[in-house]
Ligand binder design. Structure first.
Ligand code: ARG
Length: 251
C-alpha cells in the first residue's frame, strides 16, 4: 500500500473526536504544548539531556512572544502528525515539508524556513539523480526524502531508517550508496567527515512549516502572526544566524 494511504488510514483510525485546543483555551491554560523529534541536528536535537536547536529556539521564542510557558514533547518523526491529530500537543515543529499530501491531514503555518533535499555519498559515489540509477539510497522513514527518491527512475532500492542519523550511518558503513537529507544538515555532516563524504545535487526544494491539527484556525493565526513578528524584530535572524551563519527564511 502506498505510504500516503497508510498515513491516512492511520490518521483516520486515530483521530479523536475531541477538538484540538483553540488559542483561547491554550491561552487560559498558560502553557503551550509543542512537539518535535529531537534527533535532527541542528534543527531539533538533544545536547545531553537538553532539547535544543533552531526549531526548539524558534518554538521557545514563539511561546515567549505569546506569553506562554512551553511543554515540549519529543517522539519519533513518523508519529508526530498522528499525535497531533490525537490532540497530544498543540503544534509540531519538526522540519516538515509542506506537501499537498500532508495538507490533507493537517494545516501548516507559513514556512519557517526554506531548504531542499541533498544527495550525499562517499567520495566517488553518486552525485546526481541520474547517478542514483542502480544504487541503494538511505533515507529517514516518513520523509519527503523518501517520497522524492521514489520518483527517481532506476534506483535499485530505498532503505528507510527510523532516524535520519541512522540513514547517514548507513552510507558511512557502506550499507547504502547515497543518503538524501536536508541540505543544511547534510552540509554540516560533510564538513564533519572531511574526505569521506561528498555533496551531490539538490534533488528537490521544499518549504518547511509548523503543523496544527486540521481546522485549528485560531492557533494557526497566532503562529503566523508571531512568526512574522519574530522575522520582523530580529529574533528570527539571530536564532538562524546562531545555527546556520545565515538567515534561512524563505526568500
Ligand atoms: N524535511 C523532510 C520532510 O519533510 C524531513 C524532515 C525530518 N524531520 C525530522 N525531525 N527528522 O519530511
Amino acid at each position: 500500500m502506498k505510504r500516503t494511504l497508510v498515513l491516512f488510514a492511520v490518521l483516520a483510525a486515530t483521530a479523536s473526536p475531541a477538538q484540538a485546543r483553540t488559542w483561547d483555551q491554550i491561552k487560559s491554560s498558560g502553557t503551550i504544548k509543542i512537539a518535535t523529534e529531537g534527533a535532527f541536528k541542528p534543527f531539533n536535537y538533544f545536547e545531553g539531556k537538553t532539547l535544543t536547536g533552531f526549531e526548539v529556539e524558534l518554538g521557545n521564542a514563539i511561546a515567549k512572544q505569546l506569553g506562554m510557558k512551553v511543554q515540549w514533547v519529543t517522539q519519533p518523526f513518523d508519529g508526530l502528525l498522528i499525535g497531533l491529530n490525537q490532540d497530544r500537543y498543540d503544534f509540531v515543529i519538526a522540519s516538515h515539508g509542506i506537501t499537498p499530501e500532508r495538507q490533507k491531514a493537517v494545516d501548516f503555518s507559513a514556512p519557517h524556513y526554506c531548504t531542499g533535499g541533498l544527495i550525499v555519498s562517499k567520495t566517488g559515489g553518486p552525485k546526481t539523480a541520474k547517478d542514483l540509477s542502480g544504487k541503494i539510497v538511505a533515507v529517514q522513514v516518513g520523509t519527503t526524502y523518501l517520497d522524492n527518491v521514489k520518483k527517481v527512475a532506476g534506483v535499485k532500492s530505498v532503505k528507510t531508517y527510523p532516524k535520519d542519523t541512522d540513514a547517514q550511518q548507513a552510507i558511512m558503513m557502506g550499507r547504502a550508496d547515497a543518503w538524501v537529507s536536508d541540505k543544511f544538515l547534510a552540509i554540516d555532516a560533510i564538513k564533519a567527515n572531511p574526505g569521506k563524504l561528498q555533496q551531490g545535487d539538490l534533488l528537490f526544494q521544499e518549504r518547511i512549516g509548523m503543523a496544527v491539527k486540521k481546522g485549528n484556525a485560531s492557533l494557526l493565526k497566532e503562529l503566523n502572526t508571531t512568526l512574522q513578528k519574530l522575522q520582523g524584530n530580529g529574533t528570527y535572524a539571530k536564532i538562524s544566524g546562531k545555527y546556520f551563519g545565515q538567515d534561512i527564511r524563505c526568500k
